[in-house]
Design a protein around this ligand. Structure first.
Ligand code: MRU
Length: 369
């Protein structure tokens, strides 16, 4: 997508075999800073400290982390060490494990002298595949937006609510939740996006608002608790969110607060869709509430808030008494029954084992006797 009219991806090889470029997302929206990763450890830090974030981008960065590790040392020890170091960075987004397994499966049987070339090529492919999957899932979601637009009074936009940042910054390109929105906007369909600020880290305010603004998509920032009120007053036509891990039966784990939006949507008859490339499906689990590890992050993310002061200086300020105990759960699980559909690269399906099996029959696991 574009930044100041220049086409960008969220991650790119600056020099194959040596250097990878990313955008430091902790600095947005106030500063646009590109960072170079030159070692596996740089990639691990970038994921852990959330310079890059969002399930698909975490996977893509981990793939390049493995490639950087091979450029440093092609031994089996190096491969195992890179896998373990990168795997330990963040627990919830399953794309991390998916990308690491993919890379390891390819690299382990390869001759050491071939590993660097194989690793960099596969990392590049993983990025290209993610961008293409997101474009495709957005094309399927676009039809849904077109159907809603056709029923709206002439000139009125389709109002779409989204949570957190499931935009191009969370992926390699297009975004998941935003892909259909960008494609509708590009096609001249009037859309307007309600952007949840998404405490504690405010990925909605910092990232989604920024990238929609860069692309010229009309949007309005709201605090996290407004969604229910808007839905009660007919001001939301559709919710589209992303996901960090979706089970084989359609339970959706996403940024904390998603579940409450799904409940409000259900109560008000507002369609609630989840957009995801298939790399975000964890085919090994069925019960999202019991089986998905929910990341708990440092309490400072809740106790402090970052923003720009009147003088233009970015500051981090405390919003509660120094002694206040704080809990920081980063994700929650929305049971499949509250999800109207899953937008994937192969089409839109019901959020259920049957729905997913209809699109991905090769992934259905037959229980062993
Ligand atoms: O903690 P983050 O920023 O890595 O969380 C990821 C997200 O932004 C969301 O949960 C998103 O909706 C899913 S990733 C496409």
């Amino acid at each position: 997508m574009e930044v100041q009219g220049v086409a960008y991806r969220s991650i790119w090889a600056i020099e194959e075999g040596k250097r990878v470029g990313i955008i430091d997302q902790t600095r947005l929206p106030h500063e646009f800073v590109e960072v170079e990763l030159t070692a596996m450890n740089d990639a691990a830090i970038a994921i852990r400290d959330m310079w890059v974030r969002g399930a698909p981008l975490i996977g893509a960065t981990a793939a390049y982390g493995m490639a950087l590790a091979m450029s440093e040392d092609t031994s089996n020890d190096s491969l195992d060490h890179a896998y373990e170091t990168l795997y330990a960075t963040r627990p919830t987004a399953v794309n991390l494990r998916w990308a690491l397994d993919d890379m390891k499966m390819l690299l382990q049987p390869a001759m050491q002298e071939d590993r660097v070339a194989i690793a960099w090529q596969r990392a590049r492919e993983i990025c290209d595949e993610d961008a293409e999957a997101n474009r495709q899932l957005g094309a399927h979601g676009l039809r849904l937006i077109e159907e809603i637009a056709a029923k709206k009074p002439a000139g009125e936009p389709v109002n779409i609510l989204t949570h957190c940042n499931a935009g191009w910054l969370a992926t390699v390109d297009w975004g998941t939740a935003t892909s259909a929105i960008y494609q509708a906007h590009n096609k001249g369909i009037k859309v307007h996006v309600w952007v949840d600020e998404t405490r504690p880290r405010n990925q909605g305010a910092h990232l989604t608002a920024w990238e929609l603004g860069e692309h010229g998509v009309p949007h309005t920032l709201i605090v996290d608790n407004v969604g229910g009120h808007l839905m009660q007053h007919g001001l939301v036509d559709l919710c589209i969110v992303g996901t960090d891990r979706t089970t084989a039966s359609g339970d959706v784990c996403n940024k904390i607060g998603t579940y409450l939006k799904a409940l409000a949507a259900h109560d008000n008859g507002v369609p609630f869709y989840v957009a995801l490339p298939s790399s975000t499906i964890d085919w090994t689990i069925h019960d999202g509430i019991k089986e998905i590890p929910i990341e708990q992050r440092c309490g400072d993310e809740v106790a402090f808030i970052t923003g720009q002061n009147a003088a233009g200086v970015v500051e981090n300020v405390r919003i509660c008494p120094q002694s206040t105990p704080v809990a920081n759960y980063a994700f929650d699980v929305t049971p499949a029954k509250y999800v109207n559909g899953l937008m994937t690269e192969r089409g839109v399906c019901a959020a259920s084992a049957e729905g997913l099996a209809s699109l991905f029959p090769e992934r259905v696991m037959v229980p062993q006797p």
